[in-house]
Design a protein around this ligand. Structure first.
Ligand SMILES: [Cu+2]
Length: 402
């Protein structure tokens, strides 16, 4: 009996002692790489958010909206949204693309490219690009922007779901094989047609990146008949239009890129981002590969933010015009989720943490932003106070990620 017990102890402790632990995180490397660690960190953060919400007078956690991933769970290896729910989402997006724009005839002079209600979101992002990326309000601005989009789907297109998010880690190895792009009626449409390109020159960065597995137009499934009305403006391998807001009808292009995804949006990179930085300057800086905060251990990375944009490629790779690609909303929901997890791990110190100025990488130099400032949302909303956009469970928001 005693002997058996000893063997049992030996057997149960054996895998642990042999597992390769990542010293700084306390998780076995395997769990960091397969997403189990991030999942655990996320539920820890959510627990703290729930407690925090009970002591404030924001929305009631029990009544909050829940945003889900395209996967069901890691264990069952299925997607989180039912087929019907996925189709309801893409149908609602196509509905918004078919609704007329609200903007006035005056504004139409400047915003020539705006053909639909959906395009108002695109034009707002194009117009504000220099003031909402690598600035103090990057995360908060995009949090409200995607919320306003979700709201428009509900109010104007009777959408009954919430914004889905894209957990990049599931697709980092083989993004071109993702069910997101399998082209069936429950997907986000296909990859772009393969143009057999080898590299793409990115003029604004004076840099060439390896081409992906597509490059041409989405040819099947949702969005294969969708017309992008503006851009390109600033994307690898694409000739920019003369005027940022001009009307330039074209197909939705994609160039799903495994070289970029493997280097940037793995569970390992995302988990490291969430766990390694205690201050917002570093967290948001590394996330965006801000030149001032390049992660010295991953110099080739575009950060998870740019990495997601470049993994899908084509229209999503265009800094200014990217919301014209419906994957934008799933990618930025994940960006928002990662910020939410980071905030939730230490709400006392991180809930209202901001850092930075009004201009991209502070070039040209501008003043530091404060939480009392109003943030501009173009056609999407009246300006809103920065401080009101810091918590997904208060202010205009009432949602969390599962
Ligand atoms: Cu953006």
């Amino acid at each position: 009996m005693r002997f058996t017990w000893k063997i049992l102890v030996c057997l149960t402790s054996w895998p642990t002692s042999w597992a390769l632990y990542n010293q700084s995180t306390g998780f076995p490397q395997e769990e960091i790489d397969n997403g189990v660690a991030l999942q655990e960190i996320a539920s820890q953060a959510l627990g703290q958010m729930k407690q925090e919400s009970q002591s404030s007078n924001g929305c009631r956690f029990e009544e909050a909206q829940v945003r889900r991933e395209w996967y069901l769970s890691l264990i069952w290896n299925r997607r989180d949204l039912s087929l019907a729910a996925r189709k309801e989402f893409t149908d609602a997006v196509m509905c918004l693309q078919s609704l007329p724009a609200n903007i006035s005839a005056d504004a139409k002079g400047t915003f020539q490219g705006v053909q639909s209600r959906y395009d108002e979101f695109v034009a707002t992002h194009i117009n504000l690009t220099e003031y909402i990326h690598v600035t103090a309000d990057f995360l908060a601005w995009h949090r409200f922007f995607i919320h306003a989009f979700e709201d428009a789907l509900k109010v104007e297109c009777n959408y009954t779901g919430t914004l889905p998010y894209w957990e990049w880690g599931y697709d980092a190895e083989n993004p071109q094989d993702s069910v997101l792009f399998n082209g069936d009626p429950y997907s986000m449409g296909t990859n772009g047609k393969d143009l057999n390109q080898t590299s793409l020159y990115w003029a604004s960065r004076n840099l060439s990146i390896p081409a992906g597995t597509g490059g041409g137009c989405v040819y099947g499934g949702p969005f294969s008949n969708y017309t992008v009305d503006m851009g390109p403006i600033d994307a690898p391998g694409q000739q920019p239009v003369q005027d940022d807001l001009e009307y330039n009808p074209r197909c939705l292009s994609r160039d799903v890129n495994p070289t970029v995804s493997k280097a940037s949006i793995t569970f390992r990179n995302t988990t490291k981002l969430v766990l390694s930085y205690d201050t917002i300057d570093w967290f948001q800086g590394v996330m965006q590969a801000d030149q001032r905060f390049i992660d010295p251990t991953a110099p080739q990375s575009f950060g998870v933010h740019g990495g997601g944009h470049l993994t899908v490629g084509g229209v999503l790779a265009d800094i200014n015009t990217s919301p014209a690609e419906p994957m934008f909303w799933l990618h930025h929901a994940q960006i928002d989720r990662i910020w939410t997890i980071w905030q939730g791990l230490d709400p006392v110190n991180r809930r209202n943490a901001i850092w930075g100025t009004h201009t991209r990488s502070n070039d040209p130099p501008s003043s530091n932003m404060t939480l009392d400032e109003k943030i501009d949302f173009g056609f999407i909303s009246q300006p809103l106070q920065f401080a009101d956009l810091m918590n997904p469970l208060s202010g205009p928001f009432c949602y969390y990620y599962t």
